[in-house]
Design a protein around this ligand. Sequence first.
Ligand code: MRU
Length: 356
Amino acid sequence: MNVKTIRWERDEDVLVLLDQTRLPGEVVYTKCRDIASVAEAIRRLRVRGAPAIGVAAAFGVVVGVQHSRAADFASFSREVDEAAELLAATRPTAVNLFWALDRMRRTVREHGSNTVEDIKRALLSEALAIQSEDEHTCRLIGEHGAALLRSGQTVLTHCNAGALATAGAGTALAVVYQAHNEGKRVHVYADETRPVLQGARLTSWELNRAGIGVTLICDSMAAQVMKEGRIDCVIVGADRVAANGDVANKIGTYGVAVLADAHDVPLYVAAPYSSIDLSIESGAGIPIEEREAAEVSQGPGGRTAPEEVEVYNPAFDVTPARYVSAIITERGVARPPYAESLAALSHHAWEPAVTG
Ligand code: MRU
């Protein structure tokens, strides 16, 4: 059973998040009772990973307006827009955030003739639907991706695209979990993923907990590990995929992709269809979040660089589509040329899971 990253507590009407800044040392759940605490949790990476950010933001809208005293549709709808704008300003790169907020806004529009209390209920149902659809999506990504793995293979991954990054089993790691469930022997090398160590703190934690063999390496070791022939394929997640197949993911992914290409190792990107942004032609149009200097100049043990040193801290990079062997989605596996294969997936009939 995978770890539960996000939960809606019906008794108290609160959003409960596993605080990922405390892992691997402590498993602490934090309750978000107002929109400011949801926005803070997303910004501070208490909840992170593109699909999980989308799910948290959907519940964030619910938390933000559930005690609204708006008397009519126009003022309630304005409050929803304000809540969505506040959440949209938390992190710019993962498109799932904006996709989920759009769904919440659409829900309000579709219930224009209902009472405010009915719309509040509809918003909660929509957030729960986004959550349960994500669980289903992760399962399907796992199934499509596991077909690409053979028993005895070793996968390198970067950052955390596991259960901690979604409402379900993950994206890249769902592939590993599914292969494992099918009885295949799979081992994972996890890049530690500086600056904030999602690979070391989160990926190795959740794989270890699931009983999957994992070897932690520093990011700078990936080239040598590939040269030694230890890696059969790379599987990573995505924060946003452009229409041409360029992939924005955690900083360092691009470097891993170039290394994989140099060593003839296939690189697979596993992502829900909601991470694919056909409105953006190429990776050049994807906004890259820049985070604070302290993430680079300080490590968990304290300061690692002089206080006055200048720091540049882009949180994501863009891997050109030519380095991507396939993109694994819940709708199927897209292969190059992506301009055609990703567009074709948009017509793919896909039924979301029935939600309760
Ligand atoms: O800054 P983070 O931890 O939110 O970055 C996460 C990643 O880059 C993941 O690889 C991506 O969101 C996919 S998660 C299924």
